[in-house]
Design a protein around this ligand. Sequence first.
Ligand code: GDP
Ligand code: IMO
Ligand code: MG
Length: 424
Amino acid sequence: MPNIIIVGTQWGDEGKGKLIDILSQKSDYIVRFQGGNNAGHTVIVDGKQFIFHIIPSGILHKSKICVIANGVVVDPEVLLREIKGLNNKGIDIKGRLKISTLCHIIFPYHKILDKLRERKRAQKIGTTGRGIGPCYADKISRCGIRMIDLIRPEVFRSKLEDNIKEKNSIFRNVYNHAGFPFKSVFKDYLRYAAELRPYVSNTVDLLNRAIDDGKSLLFEGAQGVYLDIDFGTYPYVTSSSTIAGGVFPGSGVSPLVIDKVVGVAKSYTTRVGQGPFPSEFNPKFSDFIRKKGNEFGATTGRPRRCGWFDVLMVKEAVRINRISELALMKLDVLDSLKKIKVCTAYKYKGKVFKEYPHDPEVIKNGSCIWREYPGWSDPTCSILKYSGLPKNARNYIKILQDLVCAEIFMVSVGSSRKQVIYLD
Ligand code: GDP
Ligand code: IMO
Ligand code: MG
């Protein structure tokens, strides 16, 4: 099995968790390399639902090693809760979960700052409020606290003192907030450190040794290309590199070891939070598809905004990531629609854009140029073979494949592991 990177090609929630769970069967290591517990990856096995926020979605496969690499920002309280949740469900993770010494740690002041900033903003981002942005900001400002600091009490004390002093002054003066008592934060985090200590290791060494030994690695992207800090719909994005390129600074492996990049796209489009959405449905149809596709955030429970498939977005995602293979998810949600629309270009001030424009004005104020295809009436959720799909569903898959310039290798027709159709 080759070394693979999985990336979301839209605004997240494409169904990455399900695909990673499936591909994990043939991988030895499953690695998260960016983001934090803003992610929510759903895996459904034998009718049981698991939602992973930080732990890689491959953890349900007994013999696999799951790595939270250095590019991830870790909220220890949430991670410990997730570990306990797995233990309670009888899933043994001992020796299989590895957390990088170099991960940056999310503190209460990050979470509160995330929310206070959002409240003050005229144009809200729709952050999950998990402290992801402020934690990455501290990382880049070189005042962050890492896992290696957390597990060394004296180093941790001094770094936390510095941070709380500075942050409290900002909280009091800018946000009229009381700030944080050093003692209780220090005490809580020492407890978390003691509990996490057995999982912490040099994951750069671990992963590179695995590569030397011929093991196969699966890199689990969180979010999607249009939430990427550089290529997303800035500022309505998250604070990390969600594209395939994020794997390298986020894990310490070389680009030369990657064999392929697999993209994940929904058969339509969704978005949680604020920001432009050119192919968005009208509110009534959005409600209809939201109910049909159960489009509610796996992290915050917020209703997801829904729209038609946007070719420009996925095609650009294919290009930026050099996606060779694409998994098309949630095809079943489009069952029984009379007509299916696809956005193939934007029009803005009389000009037609056939490639994804990086001008926010066009994305915000442009309109979609549509193509319309006939839908299918038969349900697809129990179909196992491509040839068994309704003709118009096969037609839709082939059309998307041609339009986005990537091979669709798999189509998903339900949330369970078994509901997948492989294309020849
Ligand atoms: P992720 O963040 O990309 O892992 O995606 P989420 O887990 O946040 O959201 C995807 C949702 O769609 C989850 O509830 C999945 O169980 C569900 N899902 C995945 N694939 C399919 C599919 O083919 N059909 C249907 N109906 N649901 C799916
Ligand atoms: P997965 O991995 C969908 C969105 C938030 C918000 C913006 C910034 O499950 O696909 P942040 O908390 O990072 O400050 O939020 O990004 N967002 C996601 N939307 N899926 C996700 O992850 C997301 N992670 C962040 O809704 O609009
Ligand atoms: Mg999700």
